[in-house]
Design a protein around this ligand. Structure first.
Ligand SMILES: [Fe+2]
Length: 271
C-alpha cells in the first residue's frame, strides 16, 4: 500500500506581497500546513508529498525558500514539478539537494515506492500560461513506463490533460495531448494522472486513464462554463488530495474549509 499527499497551486509570494493585490498566499499556505498537520494522524503513513506546480506566484528565490520552510514541517519527503507560474532554475536551486531533482533540463523524474512508480513531468513553458509535453519529456515518460512493466504508475504534471470547461483556463491548457495519449496507449498496467492548474477538483480522462485535478491551496476557480463567465478566482477555501494505491487507486479530495464534527448519527433521547 502506498499513500501520497498532493498539494498544488500554492502561489507563494513572500510578505508583504499579495497575489492579485488580495491573497496573502504565504499565510494561506501556513494555515494549510497547520490543518494538514492536525489531521495527519488520520491518514498516516504518507510515503511522499507531491507539489504539482505553481509553487510560487513569481518564481523568485525568497518565495521558494518560504515554501520549503513550510513544507518541511510535514514529516514526509517532497517531490516537485513546476507550474506555469514557476521558474525552473530558482525552483531547482532551492531543492537542489532533493534526490529526485535533475541537475539540468526539464524537471522530469521517477520515484519508486515498493508497490507504485511515481513519474513527474515538467510541462512548463517559461513565461507562458499554457504548457507542453515536449518530445524529450514524452520519451522520458515512455522509457519510465517501459521500465515499470506491470507496476502501477501515478503520473504527476501541472497542466491537466483534459478540458476543464472553464474557458479562461482551457485557453492556457496543455498544448497537445495526442503525444501523451499515444505513449499511454496499449499499456496493461494501472496508470492514473494527477495535476493542478485549474484550482478545483475535477475528474477527467485521457484515453482510458483517469486524470484528476486537485483543489488548489490558495484560491478556487468556479465551475462556470458560460462563454461570458467572469475571468478570475474566488476565495472559497481550496483543499488538497490524498492518492492511495491499495490493489487499485483511490483518490480523495480534502477540503481546507472550516467546519466542525464529526458528530454521532444518533443522539441520545432526552427524557
Ligand atoms: Fe495556479
Amino acid at each position: 500500500m502506498s499513500r501520497i499527499l498532493q498539494i498544488t497551486d500554492m502561489h507563494v509570494v513572500s510578505p508583504p506581497g499579495l497575489v492579485s493585490g488580495r491573497l496573502d498566499t504565504a499565510r494561506i499556505l501556513e494555515n494549510a500546513i497547520d490543518r494538514i498537520l492536525e489531521d495527519w494522524h488520520k491518514f498516516a503513513p504518507i510515503d511522499v508529498l507531491i507539489a504539482t506546480g505553481d509553487i510560487t506566484d513569481r518564481g523568485d528565490n525568497e518565495s521558494y525558500r518560504l515554501f520549503r520552510k513550510q513544507i518541511e514541517r510535514l514529516p514526509a519527503p517532497t517531490l516537485l514539478i513546476p507550474g506555469n507560474h514557476d521558474r525552473r532554475e530558482p525552483l531547482r536551486a532551492c531543492f537542489s539537494d532533493a534526490p529526485h531533482m535533475p541537475v539540468s533540463g526539464k524537471i522530469n523524474w521517477v520515484h519508486d515506492l515498493p508497490d507504485l512508480r511515481i513519474i513527474g513531468l515538467d510541462t512548463l513553458i517559461e513565461g507562458q500560461g499554457g504548457g507542453e509535453l515536449d518530445a524529450d519529456t514524452l520519451e522520458f515518460l515512455a522509457l519510465a513506463l517501459d521500465q515499470a512493466g506491470e507496476t502501477p504508475v501515478l503520473i504527476a504534471l501541472h497542466h491537466p490533460p483534459f478540458q476543464s470547461g472553464i474557458r479562461f483556463m482551457d485557453a492556457i491548457g496543455l498544448e497537445s495531448t495526442q503525444g501523451l495519449s499515444d505513449v499511454l496507449q496499449n499499456r496493461t498496467n494501472d496508470i492514473r494522472l494527477v495535476c493542478g492548474h485549474v484550482h478545483g477538483f475535477i475528474v477527467g480522462s485521457i484515453g482510458l486513464r483517469v486524470a484528476i485535478s486537485s483543489a488548489a491551496v490558495c484560491s478556487s476557480f468556479p465551475a462556470d462554463y458560460r462563454a461570458d463567465a467572469p475571468v478570475g478566482y474566488t476565495t472559497h477555501p481550496g483543499g488538497y488530495a490524498i492518492h492511495s494505491w491499495d490493489n487499485g487507486f483511490r483518490s480523495a479530495s480534502v477540503t481546507l474549509a472550516d467546519g466542525a464534527g464529526p458528530y454521532p448519527f444518533k443522539v441520545p433521547e432526552t427524557a
